[in-house]
Unconditional design. Structure first.
Length: 85
């Protein structure tokens, strides 16, 4: 399941999200997460292991870029994990 995390977006993002989220399918809505500066480290751990966080997010991971960074919106998109054999 792909998810997208918006970390510390501009204040307008929360207002826009409140207006459009009721219009989205619940499955889609559950995949979008918006977190403020103070709350995101604790909440994102429900979805990621701390050792998987890249250095840009305060973690130790330095491997290939497994996430997408949109520097303007501080959005981090995490792809599905590889399929297990």
């Amino acid at each position: 399941m792909r998810m997208i995390f918006f970390i510390n977006p501009p204040a307008t993002a929360s207002g826009v999200w409140k207006m459009i989220s009721p219009l989205l399918d619940p499955v889609v809505r559950e995949k979008i997460h918006i977190y403020g500066t103070k709350e995101w480290p604790e909440k994102i751990q429900k979805y990621l292991n701390a050792e998987d966080l890249p250095k840009e997010l305060g973690g130790p991971a330095t491997g290939p870029s497994w996430y997408h960074i949109d520097a303007d919106a501080a959005a981090y998109q995490i792809p599905d994990p590889p399929a297990r054999a």
